[in-house]
Design a protein around this ligand. Structure first.
Ligand SMILES: Cc1cc2nc3c(=O)[nH]c(=O)nc-3n(C[C@H](O)[C@H](O)[C@H](O)COP(=O)(O)O)c2cc1C
Length: 180
């Protein structure tokens, strides 16, 4: 099989699939949710998590204001919600009301935690840096919410119980179910 080499990098979807997660924030009496697929653990001790957010996102403003954000990992049943909050602008609507998003209480921050998430991090912002047209926001994870039955005794995700939302780029999503 022949490989193609190109110096025209384009949108470089080659590193997909990515787990699509929902980032949440609250400030000035407003709350919001947006989808991110560019996110990663950065350090285990201290526990640091990074999200890449374009500065024009309404969520970015709320995070800068509050110095906090949540990262919510969603099961494949929530793929439509993942797409919806990633395709709508929080400046013009209350996404929690519009998409009927149920919440749990945070314990260390004021960020909304999504009830349907199989796991969620509460993060305190420790760094905000520009990289090209995006910002890398680094958060210290100060609380972790987990749906116990979604994880094995070793603490890894049990794919027989939950299938994360995987994003391929453009409008394409897949899941890890054996039958998909
Ligand atoms: C699957 C998916 C992944 C996305 N990943 C990112 C991302 O990593 N970073 C980002 O800034 N925007 C990302 N977006 C776009 C934002 O979620 C989208 O612009 C959203 O409407 C922003 O909402 P807000 O303006 O209310 O904050 C993604 C959208 C989708 C559908």
């Amino acid at each position: 099989m022949a490989k193609m080499i190109s110096e025209d990098v384009g949108v470089f979807y080659q590193h997909y699939p990515k787990v699509a997660a929902i980032v949440t924030a609250r400030a000035e009496g407003k709350h919001n949710a947006m989808t991110v697929d560019w996110h990663t653990a950065l350090s285990s001790n201290p526990p640091l998590y990074g999200i890449c957010v374009a500065h024009r996102r309404f969520t970015y403003r709320l995070i800068v204001e509050s110095k906090e954000f949540g990262v919510n990992f969603m099961p494949s049943e929530a793929v439509e919600l993942v797409h919806a909050v990633g395709s709508s602008a929080g400046q013009q609507m209350d996404k929690f009301q519009e998409f009927d998003i149920a919440r749990d209480r945070p314990v260390k921050t004021r960020v909304p935690i999504l009830r349907d998430a199989y796991a969620a991090f509460e993060c305190q912002l420790v760094d905000d840096r520009e990289y090209g047209d995006y910002r890398l926001l680094v958060g210290m994870i100060v609380a972790v919410h987990t749906l116990r039955e979604a994880f094995t005794a070793e603490g890894t995700l049990d794919l027989d119980k939950v299938s994360p939302v995987l994003y391929l780029g453009r409008e394409f999503y897949v899941d890890t179910s054996r039958t998909a």
